[in-house]
Design a protein around this ligand. Sequence first.
Ligand SMILES: [Zn+2]
Length: 142
Amino acid sequence: MIGPGEFAAAKGLLELVGSAVDLAKKAGNKELNEKILELHGELLKLLQANLTLTQRVAELEAAQKTRETLEFDGHVYWVGKRGDRKNGPYCTKCWDADQKLLRVMEFNRGWRCPQCSTYFETQKANPNWERPKYDPLGGLES
Ligand SMILES: [Zn+2]
């Protein structure tokens, strides 16, 4: 998110350009006035680009923070380590491709993603595997 410092700097720049426009008008210098208006337009474009980049950085930081909490169990992602899982399971395809955390749903002998329909047949891969029970109040039982 754009911070108060950046917002104040942007506001200050716009006020400066506004003052320059007024001075150019008072001076009756049409060419200078046009150049300052052109500068104002370019400044607005830069501020918009800065805002877009700031938002993208925030998105990437949030994705990195989420990535650090994910654990891959060989089939799907979970939030938290085995024995201390906080949430999940999540689709690996949706996270790896789009950084979207999509909870997979129970389906046959595994899970299926409601978004991309990827099926994770976990029981076939590990015959001793049991689907962890999710208790909304207490988290996951391993
Ligand atoms: Zn998916």
